[in-house]
Design a protein around this ligand. Structure first.
Ligand SMILES: [Zn+2]
Length: 286
């Protein structure tokens, strides 16, 4: 290792007083330790991928962000309606899970805009799981009790909540699990983040993944705060009825369909540009 005065981490300190002692692994090669891949990724490669993404996708991102904002403004800060004393102590928990879920949507989006497609899906799967946990805790007193005793488990979660959420949400959970979180068709394919975003399929699928996460989040937080708001987007309850029914032809579904049609039209997923190598495997999800 060549002696340098200033530390390459750019702290302004001397190398010997800063990071030198932490570079403990010896390498045979002439490694350029001032330009390592993670730092290069953060500083050099990711920003142009993000900026190109923004150019291509800004109107979709704008619409999604607006949609999310309406949901946040309506439902994020409501307390969970406590029925008993013990339920009151779970208020803060529900609020924290809601916050974390929103931040996980941001995390999934941040990964995706940097071209980290598969990694974004892992986070979106986590969004759907959090949503199911919120519903499980809000609708099942026994699960709340277990939670308060530190005995709560997500084992059997899908079975517990599936009568309370639409089938498509379970399908999305399966889709994110099979393809992104667990070893699936994407894990053995090289999807290299590319500044030019040559593969429309990635753009379209990634945006759909974000939309699905936002919808799942929206219908979850509306469901648990149904009674404190009028003009529902996702759920309805007929007078005298105790259970809720999904509004199947509401404006949300039109919005979703419009985004889908627009993006498919603007970025046909099967389009192949000359000079670019595409992986057919990547478009065969389970
Ligand atoms: Zn340093």
């Amino acid at each position: 290792m060549t002696a340098v005065k200033k530390c390459p981490c750019k702290s302004g300190k001397l190398f010997s007083n800063c990071c030198e002692q932490y570079l403990i692994l010896n390498t045979e090669d002439d490694m350029d330790y001032a330009n390592t891949l993670l730092v290069e990724w953060i500083k050099k490669y990711a920003p142009p991928i993000k900026s190109e993404f923004s150019k291509k996708m800004k109107s979709y991102v704008f619409r999604i962000s607006y949609f999310l904002e309406v949901l946040i403004a309506r439902y994020l800060y409501f307390d969970y309606e406590a029925n008993s004393k013990s339920d009151k102590s779970i208020n803060e928990t529900i609020l924290s899970i809601k916050h974390n879920t929103l931040l996980t949507i941001f995390g999934g989006f941040s990964c995706f805009e940097q071209g980290l497609f598969m990694q974004s899906g892992i986070l979106f799967r986590s969004v759907i799981e959090n949503c199911m946990v919120i519903i499980d805790l809000c609708e099942h007193g026994t699960q709340r009790d277990k939670f308060l005793k530190d005995k709560y488990s997500v084992n059997g979660l899908v079975g517990r909540v599936k009568y309370l959420i639409p089938d498509f949400m379970i399908d999305w959970y399966g889709y994110f699990s099979r393809n992104f979180t667990h070893f699936g068709p994407l894990h053995s394919v090289s999807i290299i983040p590319a500044k030019c975003w040559p593969d429309n399929w990635l753009l379209v699928t990634g945006i759909q993944n974000i939309v699905r996460s936002c919808c799942a989040f929206g219908l979850t937080i509306e469901r648990i705060h149904f009674d404190v708001i009028r003009n529902h987007f996702f759920w309805e309850r007929k007078e005298g009825d105790t259970s809720m029914k999904l509004i199947e032809d509401g404006p949300v579904w039109d919005w979703l369909e419009d985004i889908r049609k627009d993006i498919l039209n603007q970025y046909p997923p099967n389009e192949r540009k000359e000079g670019i190598i595409y992986s057919d495997k990547s478009i065969k999800l389970k």
